[in-house]
Design a protein around this ligand. Structure first.
Ligand code: SGN
Ligand code: CA
Length: 542
Protein backbone atom coordinates (compact mmCIF):
# COMPACT_ATOMS: atom_id res chain seq x y z
CA UNK A 1 0.00 0.00 0.00
CA UNK A 2 1.32 3.46 -0.88
CA UNK A 3 2.18 5.94 1.87
CA UNK A 4 -0.61 8.18 0.58
CA UNK A 5 -3.17 5.36 0.79
CA UNK A 6 -1.98 4.53 4.34
CA UNK A 7 -2.34 8.17 5.33
CA UNK A 8 -5.87 8.37 3.91
CA UNK A 9 -6.87 5.18 5.79
CA UNK A 10 -5.34 6.46 9.05
CA UNK A 11 -7.17 9.78 8.71
CA UNK A 12 -10.38 7.91 7.95
CA UNK A 13 -9.96 5.72 11.07
CA UNK A 14 -9.17 8.76 13.22
CA UNK A 15 -12.18 10.70 11.98
CA UNK A 16 -14.41 7.65 12.34
CA UNK A 17 -13.49 7.08 15.99
CA UNK A 18 -13.55 10.80 16.78
CA UNK A 19 -17.10 10.95 15.40
CA UNK A 20 -18.07 7.82 17.32
CA UNK A 21 -16.88 9.23 20.63
CA UNK A 22 -18.62 12.53 19.93
CA UNK A 23 -21.78 10.59 19.12
CA UNK A 24 -21.53 8.71 22.44
CA UNK A 25 -20.80 11.63 24.71
CA UNK A 26 -22.78 14.54 23.34
CA UNK A 27 -26.42 14.79 24.31
CA UNK A 28 -28.75 14.99 21.37
CA UNK A 29 -29.57 18.65 21.97
CA UNK A 30 -30.61 19.03 18.37
CA UNK A 31 -33.72 16.88 18.88
CA UNK A 32 -36.74 18.91 17.82
CA UNK A 33 -39.56 19.52 20.30
CA UNK A 34 -41.60 16.88 18.49
CA UNK A 35 -38.78 14.33 18.61
CA UNK A 36 -38.10 14.78 22.30
CA UNK A 37 -40.12 12.18 24.17
CA UNK A 38 -42.73 13.10 26.75
CA UNK A 39 -42.34 11.38 30.09
CA UNK A 40 -45.17 10.18 32.30
CA UNK A 41 -43.63 8.90 35.51
CA UNK A 42 -46.24 6.93 37.46
CA UNK A 43 -45.24 5.93 40.96
CA UNK A 44 -47.31 4.44 43.74
CA UNK A 45 -46.40 4.34 47.40
CA UNK A 46 -45.54 0.89 48.82
CA UNK A 47 -46.87 -1.08 45.83
CA UNK A 48 -45.46 -4.62 46.11
CA UNK A 49 -44.58 -6.36 42.83
CA UNK A 50 -46.44 -9.39 44.22
CA UNK A 51 -49.64 -7.38 43.75
CA UNK A 52 -49.28 -6.71 40.01
CA UNK A 53 -50.53 -9.41 37.67
CA UNK A 54 -47.70 -8.76 35.19
CA UNK A 55 -45.48 -10.26 37.93
CA UNK A 56 -47.83 -12.71 39.63
CA UNK A 57 -51.43 -13.64 39.15
CA UNK A 58 -51.79 -15.07 42.68
CA UNK A 59 -53.35 -12.04 44.37
CA UNK A 60 -54.88 -9.59 41.94
CA UNK A 61 -55.58 -8.80 38.34
CA UNK A 62 -54.19 -5.39 37.29
CA UNK A 63 -55.02 -5.26 33.56
CA UNK A 64 -54.20 -1.56 33.14
CA UNK A 65 -50.81 -1.55 34.85
CA UNK A 66 -50.06 -4.73 32.91
CA UNK A 67 -50.72 -2.88 29.64
CA UNK A 68 -47.52 -0.90 30.25
CA UNK A 69 -45.57 -4.16 30.51
CA UNK A 70 -47.39 -5.88 27.65
CA UNK A 71 -46.80 -2.96 25.34
CA UNK A 72 -43.31 -2.28 26.70
CA UNK A 73 -40.64 -3.80 28.94
CA UNK A 74 -41.08 -5.53 32.29
CA UNK A 75 -38.08 -5.43 34.65
CA UNK A 76 -37.92 -8.45 36.96
CA UNK A 77 -34.85 -7.40 38.90
CA UNK A 78 -35.43 -3.73 39.70
CA UNK A 79 -34.46 -2.67 43.20
CA UNK A 80 -34.14 0.44 45.37
CA UNK A 81 -31.01 1.69 47.10
CA UNK A 82 -32.75 2.37 50.45
CA UNK A 83 -36.22 0.92 50.97
CA UNK A 84 -38.18 3.79 52.45
CA UNK A 85 -40.28 6.61 51.10
CA UNK A 86 -38.45 9.94 51.18
CA UNK A 87 -34.97 8.47 50.61
CA UNK A 88 -36.23 6.62 47.54
CA UNK A 89 -37.75 9.81 46.18
CA UNK A 90 -34.53 11.74 46.86
CA UNK A 91 -32.55 9.09 44.97
CA UNK A 92 -34.97 9.22 42.03
CA UNK A 93 -34.81 13.01 41.83
CA UNK A 94 -31.05 13.42 42.28
CA UNK A 95 -29.73 10.22 40.66
CA UNK A 96 -27.57 9.75 43.76
CA UNK A 97 -27.41 7.28 46.65
CA UNK A 98 -28.92 8.60 49.87
CA UNK A 99 -25.56 8.85 51.66
CA UNK A 100 -24.58 11.37 48.95
CA UNK A 101 -27.82 13.36 48.63
CA UNK A 102 -28.13 13.29 52.44
CA UNK A 103 -31.80 12.16 52.61
CA UNK A 104 -30.90 8.94 54.41
CA UNK A 105 -34.25 8.53 56.20
CA UNK A 106 -37.74 10.03 56.30
CA UNK A 107 -36.69 12.43 59.03
CA UNK A 108 -33.51 14.13 57.77
CA UNK A 109 -34.06 17.37 55.86
CA UNK A 110 -33.21 17.45 52.14
CA UNK A 111 -30.58 19.95 51.05
CA UNK A 112 -32.62 21.87 48.49
CA UNK A 113 -29.59 23.41 46.81
CA UNK A 114 -29.05 20.04 45.09
CA UNK A 115 -29.90 19.53 41.45
CA UNK A 116 -32.99 17.38 40.80
CA UNK A 117 -33.71 16.10 37.32
CA UNK A 118 -37.01 18.02 36.76
CA UNK A 119 -35.02 21.27 37.09
CA UNK A 120 -32.87 20.17 34.16
CA UNK A 121 -35.97 19.31 32.13
CA UNK A 122 -37.54 22.66 32.84
CA UNK A 123 -34.35 24.43 31.83
CA UNK A 124 -34.20 22.42 28.63
CA UNK A 125 -37.65 23.62 27.57
CA UNK A 126 -39.86 20.85 28.89
CA UNK A 127 -43.23 21.65 30.42
CA UNK A 128 -43.26 19.99 33.85
CA UNK A 129 -45.96 18.99 36.32
CA UNK A 130 -46.44 16.84 39.41
CA UNK A 131 -49.61 15.47 41.01
CA UNK A 132 -50.04 13.38 44.14
CA UNK A 133 -47.69 12.29 46.89
CA UNK A 134 -44.11 13.51 46.94
CA UNK A 135 -43.54 13.10 50.70
CA UNK A 136 -40.18 14.65 50.54
CA UNK A 137 -40.27 17.36 53.18
CA UNK A 138 -40.02 20.09 50.53
CA UNK A 139 -42.02 21.25 47.57
CA UNK A 140 -40.53 20.11 44.27
CA UNK A 141 -38.18 22.32 42.25
CA UNK A 142 -38.26 22.59 38.47
CA UNK A 143 -42.00 21.89 38.31
CA UNK A 144 -44.21 24.42 36.47
CA UNK A 145 -47.39 23.23 38.14
CA UNK A 146 -47.94 20.90 41.07
CA UNK A 147 -50.62 19.74 43.46
CA UNK A 148 -49.08 17.55 46.13
CA UNK A 149 -50.50 16.09 49.32
CA UNK A 150 -48.87 17.35 52.53
CA UNK A 151 -46.63 14.62 54.02
CA UNK A 152 -48.34 11.22 53.87
CA UNK A 153 -51.62 12.78 52.69
CA UNK A 154 -55.10 11.34 53.18
CA UNK A 155 -57.18 8.86 51.21
CA UNK A 156 -60.52 10.51 51.89
CA UNK A 157 -61.19 14.18 51.04
CA UNK A 158 -57.45 14.94 50.83
CA UNK A 159 -55.69 18.30 51.09
CA UNK A 160 -53.27 19.46 48.41
CA UNK A 161 -50.45 22.01 48.42
CA UNK A 162 -50.55 24.02 45.20
CA UNK A 163 -47.82 25.66 43.13
CA UNK A 164 -48.76 28.98 44.73
CA UNK A 165 -48.08 27.54 48.16
CA UNK A 166 -51.65 27.49 49.49
CA UNK A 167 -53.44 24.37 50.72
CA UNK A 168 -56.80 23.37 49.29
CA UNK A 169 -59.18 20.55 50.11
CA UNK A 170 -60.76 18.25 47.53
CA UNK A 171 -63.79 16.08 48.16
CA UNK A 172 -63.50 12.49 47.00
CA UNK A 173 -61.05 9.60 46.96
CA UNK A 174 -57.32 10.45 46.64
CA UNK A 175 -56.49 7.99 43.84
CA UNK A 176 -59.35 9.33 41.67
CA UNK A 177 -58.59 12.97 42.49
CA UNK A 178 -54.86 12.70 41.73
CA UNK A 179 -55.79 11.19 38.37
CA UNK A 180 -58.39 13.91 37.67
CA UNK A 181 -55.69 16.51 38.32
CA UNK A 182 -53.23 14.76 35.99
CA UNK A 183 -55.76 14.36 33.16
CA UNK A 184 -57.02 17.90 33.60
CA UNK A 185 -53.49 19.22 33.24
CA UNK A 186 -52.88 17.15 30.12
CA UNK A 187 -56.15 18.32 28.69
CA UNK A 188 -56.20 22.00 29.54
CA UNK A 189 -52.72 23.13 30.44
CA UNK A 190 -50.42 21.16 28.19
CA UNK A 191 -48.58 23.19 25.59
CA UNK A 192 -48.57 21.07 22.40
CA UNK A 193 -45.50 22.96 21.18
CA UNK A 194 -43.40 21.61 24.04
CA UNK A 195 -42.52 18.11 25.25
CA UNK A 196 -43.67 17.43 28.80
CA UNK A 197 -42.61 15.63 31.98
CA UNK A 198 -45.51 14.67 34.22
CA UNK A 199 -44.97 13.00 37.58
CA UNK A 200 -48.19 11.23 38.57
CA UNK A 201 -47.64 9.93 42.09
CA UNK A 202 -50.20 7.88 43.99
CA UNK A 203 -50.63 7.96 47.73
CA UNK A 204 -52.05 4.45 47.57
CA UNK A 205 -51.49 1.76 48.70
CA UNK A 206 -49.71 3.19 51.78
CA UNK A 207 -50.79 2.30 55.31
CA UNK A 208 -53.58 2.51 56.62
CA UNK A 209 -55.02 1.19 53.32
CA UNK A 210 -58.40 2.94 53.04
CA UNK A 211 -60.14 1.83 49.83
CA UNK A 212 -63.06 3.65 48.22
CA UNK A 213 -66.39 2.34 49.62
CA UNK A 214 -67.26 0.18 46.61
CA UNK A 215 -63.89 -1.62 46.49
CA UNK A 216 -63.89 -1.84 50.29
CA UNK A 217 -67.17 -3.74 50.14
CA UNK A 218 -66.13 -6.09 47.33
CA UNK A 219 -62.65 -6.94 48.58
CA UNK A 220 -63.68 -7.33 52.24
CA UNK A 221 -65.78 -10.31 51.18
CA UNK A 222 -62.97 -12.09 49.37
CA UNK A 223 -60.42 -14.58 50.67
CA UNK A 224 -56.82 -14.46 49.42
CA UNK A 225 -54.08 -17.11 49.48
CA UNK A 226 -51.53 -16.85 52.29
CA UNK A 227 -47.83 -16.56 51.43
CA UNK A 228 -45.66 -19.61 52.16
CA UNK A 229 -43.72 -17.79 54.88
CA UNK A 230 -46.61 -16.14 56.79
CA UNK A 231 -45.76 -18.14 59.91
CA UNK A 232 -42.00 -17.57 59.72
CA UNK A 233 -40.28 -17.99 63.11
CA UNK A 234 -37.08 -16.24 61.89
CA UNK A 235 -35.09 -19.29 62.99
CA UNK A 236 -32.12 -19.22 60.63
CA UNK A 237 -31.88 -15.44 60.47
CA UNK A 238 -29.99 -12.87 62.54
CA UNK A 239 -31.11 -10.52 65.32
CA UNK A 240 -32.54 -7.88 62.96
CA UNK A 241 -35.31 -10.10 61.55
CA UNK A 242 -36.17 -11.34 65.05
CA UNK A 243 -36.45 -7.89 66.61
CA UNK A 244 -38.18 -5.99 63.78
CA UNK A 245 -41.62 -4.73 64.72
CA UNK A 246 -43.64 -5.39 61.61
CA UNK A 247 -45.25 -8.73 62.28
CA UNK A 248 -48.90 -8.85 61.25
CA UNK A 249 -50.00 -10.79 64.34
CA UNK A 250 -47.92 -8.85 66.86
CA UNK A 251 -47.58 -5.34 65.51
CA UNK A 252 -50.50 -4.63 63.22
CA UNK A 253 -53.12 -2.58 65.07
CA UNK A 254 -56.67 -3.92 65.35
CA UNK A 255 -58.49 -0.64 64.73
CA UNK A 256 -55.99 1.53 62.86
CA UNK A 257 -54.98 -1.25 60.46
CA UNK A 258 -57.62 -4.01 60.63
CA UNK A 259 -60.47 -1.48 60.97
CA UNK A 260 -62.31 -2.98 63.96
CA UNK A 261 -64.01 -0.21 66.00
CA UNK A 262 -61.94 0.68 69.09
CA UNK A 263 -65.11 0.18 71.18
CA UNK A 264 -65.40 -3.42 69.96
CA UNK A 265 -61.72 -4.07 70.68
CA UNK A 266 -62.15 -2.61 74.19
CA UNK A 267 -65.28 -4.70 74.79
CA UNK A 268 -63.11 -7.80 74.39
CA UNK A 269 -60.74 -6.41 77.01
CA UNK A 270 -58.00 -5.40 74.57
CA UNK A 271 -56.80 -1.95 75.61
CA UNK A 272 -54.43 -0.12 73.25
CA UNK A 273 -54.57 3.71 73.47
CA UNK A 274 -52.21 4.17 70.50
CA UNK A 275 -54.45 2.04 68.31
CA UNK A 276 -57.51 4.00 69.33
CA UNK A 277 -55.81 7.39 68.89
CA UNK A 278 -54.52 6.52 65.41
CA UNK A 279 -57.92 5.21 64.30
CA UNK A 280 -59.68 8.33 65.55
CA UNK A 281 -57.27 10.61 63.70
CA UNK A 282 -57.48 8.48 60.56
CA UNK A 283 -59.39 8.57 57.30
CA UNK A 284 -62.78 7.32 58.56
CA UNK A 285 -63.18 10.58 60.48
CA UNK A 286 -62.53 12.58 57.32
CA UNK A 287 -65.70 11.26 55.67
CA UNK A 288 -68.61 13.63 55.09
CA UNK A 289 -72.28 12.84 55.75
CA UNK A 290 -72.74 11.11 52.42
CA UNK A 291 -69.58 9.03 52.63
CA UNK A 292 -69.75 7.96 56.29
CA UNK A 293 -72.74 5.56 56.05
CA UNK A 294 -71.13 3.81 53.07
CA UNK A 295 -68.02 3.08 55.14
CA UNK A 296 -69.95 2.45 58.33
CA UNK A 297 -71.95 -0.48 56.99
CA UNK A 298 -68.73 -2.30 56.02
CA UNK A 299 -67.00 -1.39 59.30
CA UNK A 300 -70.04 -2.71 61.20
CA UNK A 301 -69.74 -6.11 59.56
CA UNK A 302 -65.97 -6.27 60.19
CA UNK A 303 -66.52 -5.51 63.89
CA UNK A 304 -69.41 -8.00 64.14
CA UNK A 305 -67.29 -10.75 62.66
CA UNK A 306 -64.37 -9.87 64.92
CA UNK A 307 -66.53 -9.89 68.06
CA UNK A 308 -68.07 -13.24 67.22
CA UNK A 309 -64.86 -15.09 66.31
CA UNK A 310 -61.77 -13.43 67.82
CA UNK A 311 -62.13 -14.74 71.42
CA UNK A 312 -62.09 -18.38 70.33
CA UNK A 313 -59.28 -18.08 67.79
CA UNK A 314 -55.82 -19.60 68.20
CA UNK A 315 -52.79 -17.38 67.46
CA UNK A 316 -52.51 -19.05 64.08
CA UNK A 317 -56.13 -18.22 63.29
CA UNK A 318 -55.67 -14.67 64.53
CA UNK A 319 -52.71 -14.26 62.18
CA UNK A 320 -54.77 -15.58 59.28
CA UNK A 321 -57.68 -13.28 60.13
CA UNK A 322 -55.45 -10.20 60.37
CA UNK A 323 -53.68 -11.17 57.15
CA UNK A 324 -57.02 -11.36 55.30
CA UNK A 325 -58.16 -7.98 56.64
CA UNK A 326 -54.80 -6.46 55.63
CA UNK A 327 -54.60 -7.92 52.16
CA UNK A 328 -58.26 -7.18 51.38
CA UNK A 329 -57.78 -3.45 52.00
CA UNK A 330 -54.33 -3.31 50.41
CA UNK A 331 -55.55 -4.95 47.20
CA UNK A 332 -58.73 -2.86 47.13
CA UNK A 333 -56.52 0.27 47.13
CA UNK A 334 -54.48 -1.16 44.28
CA UNK A 335 -57.56 -1.96 42.27
CA UNK A 336 -58.38 1.79 42.26
CA UNK A 337 -54.81 2.61 41.23
CA UNK A 338 -55.16 0.17 38.35
CA UNK A 339 -58.48 1.65 37.16
CA UNK A 340 -57.00 5.13 37.27
CA UNK A 341 -53.79 4.20 35.47
CA UNK A 342 -56.12 2.88 32.76
CA UNK A 343 -57.78 6.31 32.53
CA UNK A 344 -54.43 8.01 31.96
CA UNK A 345 -53.30 5.44 29.38
CA UNK A 346 -56.61 5.85 27.53
CA UNK A 347 -56.25 9.62 27.54
CA UNK A 348 -52.75 9.45 26.08
CA UNK A 349 -53.86 7.00 23.41
CA UNK A 350 -56.98 8.94 22.45
CA UNK A 351 -54.90 12.09 22.06
CA UNK A 352 -52.18 10.49 19.94
CA UNK A 353 -49.62 10.98 22.67
CA UNK A 354 -48.72 7.34 23.10
CA UNK A 355 -45.96 6.64 20.62
CA UNK A 356 -43.33 9.13 21.73
CA UNK A 357 -44.22 9.11 25.43
CA UNK A 358 -42.14 7.16 27.91
CA UNK A 359 -44.58 5.76 30.45
CA UNK A 360 -43.01 4.36 33.61
CA UNK A 361 -44.86 2.45 36.30
CA UNK A 362 -42.97 1.88 39.54
CA UNK A 363 -43.25 2.16 43.32
CA UNK A 364 -41.03 4.02 45.79
CA UNK A 365 -40.15 0.53 47.11
CA UNK A 366 -41.58 -2.94 47.48
CA UNK A 367 -43.60 -4.17 50.47
CA UNK A 368 -44.23 -7.30 52.51
CA UNK A 369 -47.63 -8.84 51.91
CA UNK A 370 -47.34 -11.31 54.76
CA UNK A 371 -44.03 -12.81 53.61
CA UNK A 372 -41.99 -13.55 56.77
CA UNK A 373 -45.19 -12.67 58.65
CA UNK A 374 -44.55 -9.00 57.86
CA UNK A 375 -46.06 -5.80 56.54
CA UNK A 376 -43.94 -2.65 55.81
CA UNK A 377 -40.55 -2.55 54.05
CA UNK A 378 -37.01 -1.30 54.98
CA UNK A 379 -35.11 -4.62 54.82
CA UNK A 380 -32.80 -5.61 52.00
CA UNK A 381 -34.71 -8.89 51.75
CA UNK A 382 -36.43 -9.35 48.40
CA UNK A 383 -39.99 -8.10 48.84
CA UNK A 384 -38.89 -4.66 50.02
CA UNK A 385 -35.54 -4.44 48.19
CA UNK A 386 -37.14 -5.11 44.83
CA UNK A 387 -39.65 -2.74 43.32
CA UNK A 388 -42.02 -3.09 40.38
CA UNK A 389 -40.81 -1.47 37.16
CA UNK A 390 -42.21 -1.44 33.67
CA UNK A 391 -41.62 1.04 30.86
CA UNK A 392 -43.61 1.62 27.68
CA UNK A 393 -42.16 3.66 24.81
CA UNK A 394 -43.41 2.34 21.49
CA UNK A 395 -40.93 4.38 19.44
CA UNK A 396 -37.99 2.59 21.08
CA UNK A 397 -39.08 -0.45 23.12
CA UNK A 398 -40.19 -3.74 21.61
CA UNK A 399 -43.58 -4.65 23.07
CA UNK A 400 -43.82 -7.54 25.50
CA UNK A 401 -40.14 -7.79 26.44
CA UNK A 402 -38.82 -8.87 29.83
CA UNK A 403 -35.52 -7.72 31.23
CA UNK A 404 -33.78 -9.32 34.23
CA UNK A 405 -30.81 -6.98 34.63
CA UNK A 406 -30.12 -5.41 38.03
CA UNK A 407 -31.48 -1.93 37.57
CA UNK A 408 -32.27 0.54 40.36
CA UNK A 409 -34.27 3.65 41.20
CA UNK A 410 -30.83 5.32 41.04
CA UNK A 411 -31.00 4.99 37.24
CA UNK A 412 -34.16 6.95 36.41
CA UNK A 413 -32.67 10.47 36.27
CA UNK A 414 -29.94 9.50 33.82
CA UNK A 415 -32.34 7.44 31.72
CA UNK A 416 -34.78 10.30 31.30
CA UNK A 417 -32.03 12.85 30.66
CA UNK A 418 -30.48 10.70 27.96
CA UNK A 419 -33.87 10.06 26.36
CA UNK A 420 -34.54 13.79 26.24
CA UNK A 421 -31.07 14.64 24.94
CA UNK A 422 -30.24 16.70 28.03
CA UNK A 423 -26.68 16.68 29.36
CA UNK A 424 -26.24 14.35 32.35
CA UNK A 425 -24.43 15.89 35.37
CA UNK A 426 -21.20 13.97 35.86
CA UNK A 427 -21.81 13.39 39.58
CA UNK A 428 -24.98 11.33 39.11
CA UNK A 429 -24.35 7.76 40.22
CA UNK A 430 -26.74 5.62 38.17
CA UNK A 431 -26.61 4.19 34.67
CA UNK A 432 -28.94 5.16 31.86
CA UNK A 433 -31.31 2.30 31.01
CA UNK A 434 -31.55 3.43 27.39
CA UNK A 435 -29.36 0.56 26.04
CA UNK A 436 -31.60 -1.95 27.83
CA UNK A 437 -34.76 -0.26 26.56
CA UNK A 438 -33.37 -0.55 23.04
CA UNK A 439 -32.63 -4.24 23.58
CA UNK A 440 -28.86 -3.78 23.69
CA UNK A 441 -28.16 -5.94 26.77
CA UNK A 442 -24.45 -6.37 25.79
CA UNK A 443 -23.90 -2.69 26.57
CA UNK A 444 -24.99 -3.23 30.19
CA UNK A 445 -22.16 -4.22 32.54
CA UNK A 446 -23.56 -4.02 36.07
CA UNK A 447 -23.38 -7.34 37.92
CA UNK A 448 -24.14 -6.20 41.44
CA UNK A 449 -25.98 -3.43 43.27
CA UNK A 450 -25.43 -1.57 46.53
CA UNK A 451 -28.02 -0.98 49.27
CA UNK A 452 -27.96 1.02 52.52
CA UNK A 453 -30.80 1.49 55.03
CA UNK A 454 -30.51 3.90 58.00
CA UNK A 455 -33.78 4.68 59.81
CA UNK A 456 -33.02 3.13 63.22
CA UNK A 457 -33.94 3.38 66.06
CA UNK A 458 -37.38 4.22 64.68
CA UNK A 459 -40.84 2.87 63.91
CA UNK A 460 -40.75 -0.87 62.97
CA UNK A 461 -37.28 -1.23 64.53
CA UNK A 462 -35.39 -2.40 61.45
CA UNK A 463 -31.67 -2.19 62.17
CA UNK A 464 -29.23 -0.23 60.02
CA UNK A 465 -27.70 -2.34 57.29
CA UNK A 466 -25.88 -2.20 53.99
CA UNK A 467 -25.16 -4.90 51.48
CA UNK A 468 -24.46 -6.16 48.01
CA UNK A 469 -26.73 -8.20 45.80
CA UNK A 470 -25.89 -10.11 42.66
CA UNK A 471 -28.42 -12.23 40.79
CA UNK A 472 -27.17 -15.26 42.76
CA UNK A 473 -26.30 -14.03 46.25
CA UNK A 474 -27.06 -11.32 48.76
CA UNK A 475 -24.61 -10.33 51.51
CA UNK A 476 -25.88 -7.99 54.22
CA UNK A 477 -24.08 -6.33 57.13
CA UNK A 478 -26.29 -5.22 60.05
CA UNK A 479 -24.50 -2.66 62.25
CA UNK A 480 -24.91 0.05 64.89
CA UNK A 481 -26.12 -1.94 67.93
CA UNK A 482 -25.18 -5.30 66.35
CA UNK A 483 -22.40 -6.46 64.05
CA UNK A 484 -23.89 -9.32 62.05
CA UNK A 485 -23.44 -10.61 58.53
CA UNK A 486 -26.01 -12.56 56.53
CA UNK A 487 -25.64 -14.38 53.23
CA UNK A 488 -28.51 -15.73 51.16
CA UNK A 489 -28.23 -18.14 48.27
CA UNK A 490 -30.95 -16.59 46.14
CA UNK A 491 -31.15 -19.42 43.63
CA UNK A 492 -31.43 -22.22 46.22
CA UNK A 493 -33.31 -20.21 48.83
CA UNK A 494 -35.45 -17.60 47.02
CA UNK A 495 -37.53 -16.97 50.17
CA UNK A 496 -34.35 -16.00 52.07
CA UNK A 497 -35.03 -18.29 55.02
CA UNK A 498 -31.47 -19.51 55.64
CA UNK A 499 -28.56 -17.27 56.45
CA UNK A 500 -25.59 -19.33 55.20
CA UNK A 501 -22.89 -16.82 56.09
CA UNK A 502 -21.26 -19.16 58.63
CA UNK A 503 -21.62 -22.27 56.45
CA UNK A 504 -18.05 -23.36 55.43
CA UNK A 505 -19.38 -24.33 52.00
CA UNK A 506 -19.95 -20.62 51.32
CA UNK A 507 -16.67 -19.29 52.77
CA UNK A 508 -15.16 -18.46 49.38
CA UNK A 509 -18.32 -16.70 48.26
CA UNK A 510 -18.49 -14.65 51.47
CA UNK A 511 -14.86 -13.60 50.95
CA UNK A 512 -15.42 -12.64 47.36
CA UNK A 513 -18.61 -10.69 48.10
CA UNK A 514 -17.05 -8.87 51.06
CA UNK A 515 -14.30 -7.65 48.72
CA UNK A 516 -16.83 -6.62 46.10
CA UNK A 517 -18.89 -4.83 48.73
CA UNK A 518 -15.84 -2.78 49.77
CA UNK A 519 -15.27 -1.91 46.11
CA UNK A 520 -18.89 -0.87 45.68
CA UNK A 521 -18.71 1.31 48.77
CA UNK A 522 -15.63 3.01 47.33
CA UNK A 523 -17.25 3.36 43.91
CA UNK A 524 -20.34 5.04 45.37
CA UNK A 525 -18.30 7.06 47.90
CA UNK A 526 -19.80 5.43 51.01
CA UNK A 527 -17.55 4.66 53.98
CA UNK A 528 -17.38 3.68 57.68
CA UNK A 529 -16.81 7.41 58.41
CA UNK A 530 -20.10 8.30 56.74
CA UNK A 531 -21.91 5.46 58.61
CA UNK A 532 -20.59 7.01 61.83
CA UNK A 533 -21.49 10.56 60.78
CA UNK A 534 -25.10 9.58 60.10
CA UNK A 535 -25.35 7.86 63.51
CA UNK A 536 -23.88 10.95 65.21
CA UNK A 537 -26.27 13.27 63.33
CA UNK A 538 -29.15 11.09 64.46
CA UNK A 539 -28.02 11.17 68.10
CA UNK A 540 -27.70 14.97 67.94
CA UNK A 541 -31.23 15.37 66.58
CA UNK A 542 -32.77 13.29 69.39
C1 SGN B 1 -45.66 5.75 59.00
C2 SGN B 1 -46.32 4.40 59.10
C3 SGN B 1 -45.28 3.31 59.05
C4 SGN B 1 -44.43 3.49 57.82
C5 SGN B 1 -43.83 4.86 57.84
C6 SGN B 1 -42.98 5.17 56.67
N1 SGN B 1 -47.05 4.32 60.33
O1 SGN B 1 -44.86 5.97 60.13
O2 SGN B 1 -45.93 2.07 59.04
O3 SGN B 1 -43.39 2.55 57.81
O4 SGN B 1 -44.90 5.80 57.84
O5 SGN B 1 -43.65 5.01 55.47
S1 SGN B 1 -48.45 5.07 60.42
O6 SGN B 1 -48.98 4.68 61.74
O7 SGN B 1 -48.25 6.51 60.37
O8 SGN B 1 -49.27 4.63 59.33
S2 SGN B 1 -43.14 5.80 54.24
O9 SGN B 1 -43.80 5.24 53.06
O10 SGN B 1 -43.51 7.18 54.47
O11 SGN B 1 -41.72 5.61 54.20
CA1 CA C 1 -43.30 4.21 50.47
Amino acid sequence: MSKKAQLVISIFILVFFACKSVEKKEPKENLTAKERPNIVFIMSDDHAYQAISAYSKTLINTPNIDRIANEGMLFTNASVTNSICAPSRATILTGKHTHINGKIDNLTPFDTTQVTFPQLFQKAGYQTSMFGKLHFGNNPKGIDEFMIVPGQGSYINPDFITTKGDTINKVGYATDIITDLAIDWLDKKRNPEKPFLMMYLHKAPHRAWWPNPEKFRTFSKQKFPEPETLFDDYKNRGTAAKTAEMNILKHMLLSYDSKVYPETVAELGIIDPRNEKLFRSGDFYRTNETQRPLYKSILDSISDHFKAHWPSMSDKEKMSWKYQRYIQDYLACISSVDDNVGRVLDYLEEHNLSDNTIIVYTSDQGFYLGEHGWFDKRFMYNQSFKTPLMIRWPNEIKAGTTNNEMVQNLDFAQTFLEAAGIEIPSDMQGESLIPLLKGNVEAWHRNSVYYHYYEYPAVHAVKRHYGISTKEYKLIHFYHDVDEWELYDLLKDPNEMNNVCEDPAYAAIVNKLKKELIELRIKYKDSPELDRKYIDDYEKRK
